[in-house]
Design a protein around this ligand. Sequence first.
Ligand SMILES: C[S@@+](CC[C@H](N)C(=O)[O-])C[C@H]1O[C@@H](n2cnc3c(N)ncnc32)[C@H](O)[C@@H]1O
Length: 274
Amino acid sequence: MRYNKTHYDTVTDAWTYMLGDNLHYGYFDPPELDLKDATDKLIDSLASMASIDADTSVLDVGCGIGSPAFYLHRRFGCRVTGITTSVRGVEIAREKSEAYGISESVRFRVADAMDNGFPDDTFDIAWVMESSHLMRDKGRLFAESYRVLKNHGCILLCDLILIEEFGIEEIFKYRTELAILEKSFGKAKMETLEFYERKLSEQGFQDVEVVDISAKVTRTLAEWKKNTVSNKDRILRFLDEEAIDDFLRACDILSAFFHDRVLGYGQAKGVKRL
Ligand SMILES: C[S@@+](CC[C@H](N)C(=O)[O-])C[C@H]1O[C@@H](n2cnc3c(N)ncnc32)[C@H](O)[C@@H]1O
């Protein structure tokens, strides 16, 4: 299958200077953690919802440049297969995996989460870290994840969430802010935690759990802004001034949305049990 250049192909190199190698929010607990430790802590927090060991095989759905996959492998010894629609993401992730000498255990390929190409009953964990908001059809994401999970396997997910569902009124009210967010972060479809809970159950997942961790992640946005300002010269090799300004504004918008409880951040788990 040929993949067109995605939003992530355009931003990935710049984002490593803005967000760091983990392309996700940080879990600031304790609050004084730096961004690197906080983003690792988000991985710990999600991983703690399941049991992972050296016999576990993980499908990392929307794997960025592979950092969560490397972290999981280092911490638990598990095998990880990362997929993303970004060719650039896979290129960077593979280079790193080779350089670390773990390319037998931590592999990457370009694939779409909606139709990932793996056989049924292959993985113990479907790890969906901050990628589901980029997929409009969550039902299809969950069906495809369910299909490739073994019996007793589980889906672990974390992402931005809506606190309350958006109606036409909210879409109109926030149209300017949403357009700026889309320019910086790509086309997104956020949902409430209740939506995630319902959709996972409808798909057949059992023991579904959801948790709102908004308060722990909010500081991330100030950290991304700080990085962007201090690394601006390096970022300009990949993004122009306008894109950098948009990103800074997007961080302010997200901070305000978190503050006003328009948006938040959640984690979810479901188990496949036949
Ligand atoms: C915010 S990044 C998160 C990356 C990584 N999980 C991390 O935490 O560092 C979102 C990722 O989802 C990927 N993605 C978006 N849509 C996808 C899809 N339909 N199938 C697979 N990956 C997708 C993007 O290419 C990107 O790698």
